[in-house]
Design a protein around this ligand. Structure first.
Ligand code: PEP
Length: 250
């Protein structure tokens, strides 16, 4: 299916000095990776991360961006600012942003547009809450989030999109979706993409699974037909564990 991408989401962890140390530890362990490797770092760590990853096979992601290019938006960071620094990816619509910081499907869509226009690759997170899974509406929730975020995104621009299926109940909880559950929803999202665009575009898009993926369960999840990589939180903060996950993505 899509190209394999393993991305770490460091969340609000690591100072710049700690970021450098972690990347220096990761670098030799992933240098022969068969997949794309990304570290998603706090804004303040971006210069250190870009410096530490220079000349390596590791890309740097921000964890959010604002949709306007510039202006009176105190505290915000634009996609253009990230791009000029050398950032290649931006994580958008993470459930923690949706739950704690008021992101909605509509604002996620604007952020996606801003990221695309700036030439970034957006890692677009979608996923259901536990109650929604229990109500049997996981497919509908993920389809809706995907469709709203991709409104106005052309087939060409879709090449700048990675989708991360992240069931909210599995994030940071140690509760992983089974490989079958992860694959089922990733396949449903791929069908949504086929409906919006066409089958070739759907086959080419990278769809990651995220939610307590770790060194022990990565191989099984990544072996599934519709899982093209992972968005990794906790386990991305340990160099060996992250490298084990990267090695499992073949
Ligand atoms: C995440 O934050 O995207 C994530 C998947 O976290 P964790 O791996 O810790 O569940």
């Amino acid at each position: 299916m899509g190209k394999y991408v393993i991305a770490g989401n460091w969340k609000m962890n690591k100072t710049p000095a700690e970021a450098t140390a972690l990347i220096e530890a990761i670098k030799p362990l992933v240098k022969d990776a068969a997949c794309d490797v990304v570290v998603g770092v706090p804004f303040i760590d971006i210069p250190a991360a870009l410096e530490a990853t220079k000349g390596s096979n590791i890309g740097v992601a921000a964890q959010n961006c604002y949709w306007e290019k510039s202006g009176a938006f105190t505290g915000e960071i634009s996609a253009d600012m990230l791009r000029e620094m050398g950032v290649k990816y931006v994580i958008l619509g993470h459930s923690e942003r949706r739950t704690y910081f008021g992101d909605t499907d509509a604002t996620v869509a604007k952020r996606v547009r801003g990221a695309i226009d700036a030439g970034l690759t957006a890692i677009l997170c979608v996923g259901e809450y536990l109650e929604q899974r229990e109500q049997g509406i996981t497919a509908e929730i993920c389809a809706m989030q995907t469709k709203i975020a991709l409104e106005g995104v052309s087939e060409e621009e879709l090449k700048q999109i990675i989708i991360a299926y992240e069931p909210v109940w599995a994030i940071g909880t140690g509760k992983t979706a089974t490989a079958e559950q992860a694959n089922e929803v990733c396949a449903q999202i791929r069908d949504v993409i086929a409906g919006l665009y066409n089958q070739a575009a759907a086959d080419a898009v990278t769809i990651q699974y995220g939610g307590s993926m770790n060194a022990g369960n990565a191989a099984q999840l990544l072996a599934m037909s519709d899982v093209d990589g992972g968005l990794i939180g906790g386990a991305s903060l340990k160099a060996e564990d992250f490298a084990t996950i990267v090695a499992a993505a073949k």
